[in-house]
Design a protein around this ligand. Structure first.
Ligand code: GAR
Length: 186
């Protein structure tokens, strides 16, 4: 059984969807949810699915505490699912090709620092894009620049608001993210 660790900073709908997906899998299981936000809804979601949680500060992320925890767990895959801090190079170096992220746009468009969640959808709306989508990619030392694993586009020609775009992205993430994770751990 492959060990999957999730990192999330807020709501955690992706994290919960991944946890539930792998409850019915003989390939992998989610062994922990890590969050930098003590009040994140993702922590309640993890607890209600009986998945252990670990919270940390930004300095604990960057100064070794999180790496120490990960080395105890020895995960096969680290999944950033709505994780909003920059992932430290010290951890990336120890888990080469084992850290992935989902981004709610068709990278390289709408990526980089500050481009997360609603900010992405608002920018997409303001630029009158006809389509947007999701990108799942490996994590390297630059925000949203690691090698692409998967992209899926969706038409947003009928969308009038960032919320409507967010809903379309949410649907893509719910459908595809767990399957991409599964294909990576197979
Ligand atoms: C997701 O849409 C994810 O793609 C995005 O945050 C949302 C988290 O939702 N991630 C980023 O913007 C990273 N740059 P969730 O907490 O409900 O899973």
């Amino acid at each position: 059984m492959k060990k999957i660790v999730l990192f999330a900073s807020g709501n955690g709908s992706n994290a919960e969807n991944i946890i539930i997906h792998f409850k019915n899998s003989n390939q992998g299981t989610v062994v922990g949810v890590f969050s930098n936000n003590l009040h994140a809804k993702v922590l309640d979601r993890a607890k209600s699915q009986a998945v252990p949680t670990f919270t940390f500060t930004k300095s604990e992320l960057n100064e070794g505490k999180v790496l120490e925890e990960l080395q105890k767990i020895q995960p096969d895959l680290i999944v950033l699912a709505g994780f909003l801090l920059k992932f430290p190079e010290s951890i990336i170096a120890k888990f080469p090709d084992k850290i992935i992220n989902v981004h709610p746009a068709l990278l390289p468009k709408y990526g980089g620092k500050g481009m997360y969640g609603r900010h992405v959808h608002q920018a997409v709306l303001e630029n009158n894009e006809k389509e947007t989508g999701i990108t799942i990619h490996f994590v390297n030392e630059h925000y949203d620049e690691g090698e692409f694993i998967f992209q899926k586009a969706v038409s947003i020609e009928n969308c009038q608001s960032a919320d409507e775009i967010a809903l379309k992205i949410h649907e893509l993430e719910m459908e595809h993210f767990p399957k991409v994770i599964e294909s990576l751990i197979e």
